[in-house]
Design a protein around this ligand. Sequence first.
Ligand SMILES: Nc1nc2c(ncn2[C@@H]2O[C@@H]3COP(=O)(O)O[C@H]4[C@@H](O)[C@H](n5cnc6c(=O)[nH]c(N)nc65)O[C@@H]4COP(=O)(O)O[C@H]3[C@H]2O)c(=O)[nH]1
Length: 936
Amino acid sequence: MSHPIIAVDNWLSNQAMARKLRVLIALGVALLVVLSSVLLAGAARWWQGRSASRALTALQVDLDAEVRLAASGLARRLESVRRDAELVHSLAGDAPAQDLKRVLDRLDSADDIIIVAQDDHGTPLAARGVVVRSGLQALQLGWLGAQGQWVRLGERPMLAVRAPIFQDSPGQRVKVGYVALMLPQLPGQIERLAARQGFAARWLGGDADPAPMADDLRMALWRSDAPVLGEQAFDEGDTQRGVLQKFGSGDEVLSGAILNLPTGSGPVPMRLLLQQNAGWLQDGHAFVIAALLALVTACLLVAVPVSGLARRYFVQPFERLGDALRGDHSVQPTSSPTAGSPHSEFDRLRDMANVLSRENRELRHDSALWSSVFRHAREAICVTDPQGRIEIANSTFLSLCGLGEAETLGQIPGFLVGGTEDATQAEEIWIALRKQGEWNGEVRHVRIGEEFPVCAVSIFAIRDEQGAVQHLAAFFSDNTGHREQEARIQYLAHHDTLTGLPNRARFMERLRTAVQTAERGGRMVALLFIDLDRFKVINDTLGHAVGDELLRTVADRLVRTCESGEVVARSGGDEFVIMLDRLREPADAQRAAEHILAIMAPTARVSGHELAITPSIGIAVYPEHGIDAEELVRNADVAMYYAKSQGRNNCQLFSPRMAELAEESLSLEHALRTAADRDEFILYYQPQIEMATRKLVGVEALIRWNSQQFGMVSPAKFIRIAEECGLILQMGDWVLREACRQRAEWNLAGVADFPIAVNVSALQFRQPEFIRRVEEALQIYGISTTQLELELTESIVMHESGATAAALRRLRDMGVALSIDDFGTGYSSLGYLKHLPIQKLKVDGAFVRGIESDKADRAIVEAIVSLGRALDLTLVAEGVEQRSTITVLSKLGCHVAQGYYYCRPLPAEEFVSWFSQFNGEGKRQFQSATVTPEAH
Ligand SMILES: Nc1nc2c(ncn2[C@@H]2O[C@@H]3COP(=O)(O)O[C@H]4[C@@H](O)[C@H](n5cnc6c(=O)[nH]c(N)nc65)O[C@@H]4COP(=O)(O)O[C@H]3[C@H]2O)c(=O)[nH]1
């Protein structure tokens, strides 16, 4: 590809060449037109002359015939007239004149013939008064013969004949005169005949015009208004016969001939000038018309190929060039142009234009693109001259400086000027720009003397082709935000957003560091793993906002217990971890945990709720319970679970046995998941006896798990696991239905109409469809609502939530009795008791069992009993094992007792046996009855 400028030069030289070519073509066309015109005009004249010659030949033949015919007819008539005249003359005698006149008058009746009589001397008889036509007086007919001759009567030529008239007398014959006949119509006939052939006829010569031929002819032509002919045109031969053909002085043409008319041998020949005008070829029109015709023809002949060539070599290249300049990509390069031809030049030019056009488009596109990028960039950008004076700046830069464009342009950014607190920075920047052509770093002074938030700046030099710096471009980003964001990210990466405590990751870092330090120093590090008891219930019951607030309260309390150097973190959910690194012995950690239990004991007022929350704390101490951070956490977690299993709200120092138990717990959970499918659950029933009457007033259904793997498992073990892994919902549903089924079976069997009490876990009660499930169970087995009782934990009923109260009322309205299980172990918030539709309080067995030995237990029981009685509730004492306990409870005013003293929990069948005995009904055997849902 040649350089564009060379291409443009070529293009210009092509234009000059094109002009020359055009002039040459124009001259060629003109020459062609002239030559064609001349040739055409000559051809036209030749053709006309040839036509005229042929016409003249034919005309001459015709005229000869005409004249000869007329002459012979005249001769015959003459003879006739002569004989008549002789006869008349012979009869008339001496007075022929009058007779002859009469004869002639009679003979002269024919219009086409003139008869003239003359005396013997040739004197027309007119002289003697017999002339019959005026104008004949001067006519000398002496030389006429019978063969005819041309005469002129005035201007008019006529063919005339004369014959003598004799008078025969005996013995002699006397010439008495002459008779002449003239035919006046013949010239007119000749003229008409010539006119039919396209000739104009003029009469020359004759007796009245005996001039020489040349002059005669010249005069004739002149008189006929014919154009002046050149002398050389005259050739005697030509004038005698044939065609006179001559170019005039100008461009006119005349065709003509002079004919010697036949007949006659007199001294004066009669000549006829025949002229044929040039018609459309005369008066120079021939040349003009020929020229026009030639021009048109030439134009047609030349214009078509020339226009084709011109289009090919001039128009099309320009069109393609135009298309290319307009950016029409459909214009394809011409294949194989001939080198050096205008075609190839134009193709090159067009290709060049294509390239220029494309480059121009790309440039405009790029320019628009970068301009848009520059304007919309979030980064502040400015471009300066080599001295650092701002030439252009985008709006972000202007906002950064807090200045308008007019104030900014021409200024030098502060960090390039120096004079700031870091005076050497500007110098450093200039040196870097000179050496490396760029500088990256942070600056504070974007405006001179004004300190801005720290900006990250990237400056680089823009050089020309020679390497001279033309501009400096600087890109700024406000690093303050970036730093804040980084700090924020760091914070979020290491902290819990809810409580602001370090998160698990951060805690683990600290723990690892502390373990390493302790390892080096031979010291101990303790890890307290804290889990809030039944937090999930609070969260689910009162909502996450209350749960969050409670977590913040717990976090505050934990932080307050810690001394400097100790780390409190939220490990996730309701789990907190504390690291203690100033221990003398593991018991210090135990004491710290107990302290935590103590400060967590008071209820917390959260969003209007009085909440009691207890922690279960597991403790692991480095190096005794783990040699690294991960092991410590694992073991503290195990200890925490163990604490939970020990009734919550306590702390446990890790021991290897706990790990075994935890493992066992995991195995139990695993087995529990399939227990329902394997029909491993059974319901046991424990009676509730009204102490005053010794009457059975109800039974409590207690679940048993007869595991294939573990044998009979206590609910104290698996209920917690089931609650933790959610299996309690499925399990609770089964218990509810099984109890109803059993009651229905007993109904059928006629067993006394006591209600069955079913334990309901908090999770189960929170199900939206819990009441529907209760209704379904009652309905399916067709038992009365009064035959079902629900034992709820304090945690369920303690919250004065609208939903809880509504659910309880709905159950109560249905007729289902409600009791609070394990009363006294959970929460001290008693306000709910007076609002909720509770019928029974079940005093926890732990208090009951110590009622005789432990004053506190007795006091608690007394308090619960008096509270229950005051609220008109039925009081049920659990865990009654001794007869003496019955006595105490009765004295205290407790109504019902449940415990081993009466009966351990028994399978249904055994329970019925026991019951029949208990009722004193002897050994009556109950007929077993099987109840299926379908039966109802
Ligand atoms: N030492 C002693 N214990 C006595 C005596 N009388 C009764 N018990 C035991 O005390 C517990 C009473 O049940 P709970 O307080 O509701 O405490 C129950 C209850 O909270 C829960 N539980 C049992 N069955 C179910 C159930 O079907 N659903 C739910 N959600 N929890 C259940 O498991 C807990 C333990 O149940 P169990 O092991 O059956 O333990 C039962 C019972 O066997 C006695 O005189 N002395």
